[in-house]
Design a protein around this ligand. Structure first.
Ligand code: GLV
Ligand code: MN
Ligand code: MN
Length: 418
C-alpha cells in the first residue's frame, strides 16, 4: 500500500493562494491571526469555505457544533461505505500563526479537489473535515470530541468561552442546528481512516533536516485551575509583613514550575497562560488570583504525578504566604499512540517522493487524538521554522507546505483506493 503514488500532485500555487487568503481572516498587525472559534473572523472564513466549495462543485455540510465536511462521493462504492477523513482546524489561538490548523484543513480541501478533478475511481468516499474549536476557546478539541464521544445537552450548557459567554449562545449565533448538537457522535467503524497534515510546532524536523515527520503518538495532557485566596487590602497602608497577598503565592508557584516539571521527567511541561488578579487595581493588594494550568507528559502515570507535584507546590506556596488555595481538575487526556499502519503508509509515501523522514511524537494536542478512537489515524508533520508556533512568528516554507500536501494526497489516495 502506498507504493503506487497517484500520477498527479496537488496544485501548490492554489494551496498557497488559499493559505495566504485565509490568513486575512482575523489578520493581526503583528502578521499573525486571531481567529478564535465562533468569532466574526471564524464566521468569515466559514463563508469563504462554503463559497469555495460551491465554486468547485463540492458538497459541504456543517453539523450541529460547527464541524464542516466537504465530501467527494465514490460512485459505485457500496452504500454507506465509511469515508476516509482528512482534516484539521481553521480556528486559532489569540494572536496565533497562519499555519496551525489552516495548513491541514486547506491541504485536505486541496486533496479532495484534486481527486475530484482527476476523477479518481474511489472505493470509498473522501471527506475533508474542518473541526470546530480545536484551540479550546470553549473546550479544547471541541468539535472532534463531539464526533468521538458526543456531549450531553447538560455538558454543552455549561461550557463557556474565554470571554465568559455561553457556548450554546455562540452556536446559536453562528446559525448551527442547536437541536443536532448532541447528536454529532459517530461510531467506531463509521470512518475508514483519518489523516492529518500539521506543522510540527517544534524544532525536531528542522534540526534533523527532515522534510516530513511521521507522528508516532500524541502527548498526554491535563488542564486545571488554581485559585489562591488571601486578603484584599490598601496598597499604601498595609505593612509588607501583614499582607496576605494572593499574587505572592501564585508568583512563587510560577517561579518554581520549571523545577516541579523537572522533578517528574525531562519531557514534562507546565504552563500558566491565563492569570486573573482580583480585584485588579494598581493600589490594591490582590485578594484572589486565578491561574490556568496546562500540563503535559508523554506517559500517563507521569502526567498524574506532574499534576500532584504542581498542586503540592501550590499548597506549599499558599502556606508560606498565609493563603488558601483550591485546585480544580478540568481535564486529563491520555497519551494516544497513532496507528502503526498509517504511520507506515506516511513513511512509504514520503520515501516514494524521495523525502527525508523522521519519526517523532507530538507535544501538541490534535484532533487526530480523538479520531484515533474512531478509526486508524495518522499524522504528517512538516517543519516549523525555528520551532515557533502559537505565535505570529509561526512559519513553514512553501516548499515544505507542498511536500506535506503531496504526502497527504498520497496517503488519502491509498486509503481511499485500497
Ligand atoms: C493545541 O494546539 C494544543 O496543543 O494546545
Ligand atoms: Mn494550536
Ligand atoms: Mn493545531
Amino acid at each position: 500500500m502506498g507504493d503506487r503514488l497517484p500520477a498527479f500532485a496537488v496544485s501548490s500555487a492554489r494551496l498557497r493562494r488559499d493559505l495566504e487568503h485565509v490568513a486575512g481572516y482575523g489578520a493581526t498587525v503583528s502578521g499573525g491571526v486571531s481567529r478564535t472559534s465562533f468569532s466574526a473572523a471564524d464566521r468569515e472564513v466559514r463563508a469563504w469555505l462554503a463559497a469555495t466549495c460551491e465554486q468547485a462543485g463540492l458538497v459541504m455540510r456543517t453539523d450541529g457544533v460547527g464541524n464542516v465536511f466537504v465530501r467527494l462521493d465514490a460512485p459505485g462504492a457500496p452504500a454507506g461505505a465509511p469515508p476516509v477523513w482528512a482534516g484539521s482546524h481553521l480556528d486559532s489561538v489569540p494572536e496565533g500563526g497562519r499555519f496551525d490548523g489552516a495548513l491541514g484543513s486547506l491541504a485536505a480541501l486541496e486533496v479532495v479537489r484534486r481527486l475530484a478533478e482527476e476523477r479518481v475511481p474511489l472505493r470509498r468516499p473522501v471527506e475533508a473535515v474542518v473541526f470546530a474549536d480545536e484551540e479550546g476557546n470553549y473546550h479544547h478539541l471541541f468539535g472532534s470530541t463531539a464526533l468521538a464521544r458526543g456531549f450531553t445537552s447538560d455538558e454543552l450548557g455549561e461550557l463557556r468561552g474565554r470571554d465568559g459567554d455561553l457556548l450554546v449562545d455562540a452556536l446559536r449565533g453562528m446559525g448551527f442546528d442547536g437541536a443536532a448538537a448532541t447528536r454529532t457522535a459517530v461510531r467506531p467503524g463509521d470512518v475508514h481512516a483519518y489523516a492529518e497534515l500539521h506543522i510540527e510546532q517544534g524544532s525536531v524536523l528542522e534540526s534533523a533536516g527532515a522534510a516530513i515527520g511521521v507522528v508516532t503518538a500524541i502527548v498526554g495532557m491535563g488542564g486545571g485551575h488554581l485559585e489562591f485566596r488571601g486578603r484584599q487590602d490598601h496598597a499604601g497602608t498595609t505593612p509588607m509583613p501583614m499582607r496576605r497577598d494572593a499574587l505572592r503565592g501564585a508568583g512563587e508557584l510560577l517561579v518554581r514550575l520549571p523545577d516541579v516539571a523537572r522533578s517528574v521527567s525531562d519531557d514534562a511541561v507546565v504552563t500558566c497562560g491565563i492569570l486573573h488578579v482580583e480585584p485588579g487595581g494598581a493600589n490594591v493588594v490582590p485578594g484572589v488570583v486565578g491561574m490556568s494550568l496546562d500540563f503535559r507528559d508523554p506517559e500517563r502515570s507521569r502526567l498524574l504525578d506532574l499534576e500532584e507535584a504542581v498542586v503540592a507546590a501550590a499548597r506549599d506556596a499558599a502556606h508560606r504566604h498565609d493563603l488558601e488555595v483550591a485546585y480544580t481538575r478540568e481535564s486529563i487526556t491520555d497519551p494516544v499512540p497513532l496507528d502503526p499502519r498509517v504511520q507506515e503508509l506516511v513513511a512509504t509515501v514520503a520515501a516514494c517522493h524521495g523525502m527525508e523522514t523522521r519519526r517523532l511524537p507530538s507535544g501538541a494536542g490534535h484532533d487526530a487524538q480523538n479520531m484515533a478512537r474512531l478509526a486508524p489515524a495518522g499524522m504528517i508533520f512538516v517543519p516549523s521554522v525555528g520551532g515557533r508556533s502559537h505565535s505570529p512568528a509561526e512559519l513553514t516554507t512553501w516548499e515544505d507546505v507542498e511536500a506535506g500536501a503531496n504526502v497527504l494526497l498520497g496517503v488519502v489516495h491509498a486509503l481511499a483506493t485500497e
